[in-house]
Write a protein that binds this ligand. Sequence first.
Ligand code: MSP
Length: 501
Amino acid sequence: MKEITKNMKKNKTFYVTTPIYYTNAPIHLGGAYTTIAADVLARWHRLLGEEVFFLTGTDEHGQKIQEIAEKNNEKPKEFVDKIVSDFKKAFQLLDISNDNFIRTTDSFHIEEVQDLLNILYKKKLIYKGVYESYYCIGCEQYLTLSDLVDGKCPLHNRVPELKKEEAYLFKLSSFQNKLLKLIKSGDYCILPESRRKEILTFIESGLQDVSISRLKEKISWGIELPFDKNHTVWVWPDAFWNYVSGLKQKGEEKFNKFWPANIQLMAKDILRVHATIWPALLLGAGYKLPKTLFVHGYFTIDGQKMSKSLGNVISPIYLAEKYGSESVRYYLMRNIPFGSDGDVSEKALVERYNNELANKLGNLISRVSTLAEKYGIEKAITHTHREDSQNKLIKKLKIKEIEKYFESYEIDKALILIFSFIDACNEYIQNKKPWETHDKKILYEIADSIKAAAILLWPFIPESCEKIAKQFGFEIKYENINKPLKENNIKKGEILFKRIE
Ligand code: MSP
């Protein structure tokens, strides 16, 4: 498996971001989904030996949050502080390995946004005017009449406000041709392809200049415009800049090393702004563009949109506390093809947990470790050809395909292939019956294969894979997939995944 070492590119960097989440409500399963996917990618690239920066955080300004804090009789900052601590707890619970957690209320971020606005203002890319448009507070976005369904925002089922006010506008229109060129050439890559087409059609229909400020007397919960104290910045330019400030916050050298982002994950609800205003701000201020925007699917719960009024909002904290963080991570990554829409349910989570984690993986580990403790493991002796001494079972592992799937962000397909290797291990043990033969060499082969599977599964279910590594005596390192397992005393351990009845 020479390709393993070939794929381990030292000194390569990988910067992955999630959207920063609104702090009007506690984290829901949608945000957890994007963050888990980003975590899997971050861990995969770390496993390959790359230097990784993984950024997530919270989007804390704007009308929506100002209003909800007022309703709760709280100061906005006090209100968001509590929500942010919930987000952080949830990410810890879900084993999220982010390198920074950016908050748009961090003073560092605020200064960075003000610097950006000053640059754009000096370049005359921001000018004063009057802006009239429909605004959906749910989206915190301006909508055109053609976006409305029965006069309402289809995503939030709410009638948008018609706003006409003095505002500062950003010359988005002047970036139309440049953006079209960058997206068409793939320099600014939008995936999946269907989303790229959708965005090209949208931009071709014409980009209008967009208001980037709100009157402070109306929206005070925002960053002040550095050149006009009567206005605050619209929440989107503020939010976008997290991807820059979140890196710079950890030191200028981090920025130089990791910018531009390799991949930015999000769902379709926020693609349009990410494919237009965000790159235009960067181009305007003289920054390189991120390489790829990846739009993953939007999911429903039991066939319905997740919403408070339907009472079907599932909290990832609830699920992780009830079934363990890894069942949530595994289920979300396995259940929906990455990039497509899908449905999730608690029942399906339990089924996958029982059938795949408990039955397939958990049983394999428990069987092999029990037998290995009893009879020991022994590496086969090398014959004339090197090939002969190699583990036959491990040849069933489709490592190249798994790597390819990761490269094309088909995370669910990579996971399916890893699990089909676990199936192969289960079949092998079933056929060879080491509990009857007490064959140490067969047990070695399977233990060695478990090592490979656990290393590859680590990005998805890190805690269990680390336990397996300890139990079977290896380290989670990519090059160890190809290095034969050292003969060691394997002990029967605790049950990794207890069945849920
Ligand atoms: N604050 C903005 C983003 C600013 S980024 C510069 C925002 N926040 S949000 O809290 O509404 O998060 C939206 C994101 O959450 C989606 O783009 C997606 O990543 C995730 N999801 C929310 N609901 C989801 C589903 N039902 N399904 C999948 N992902 C979902 O928009």
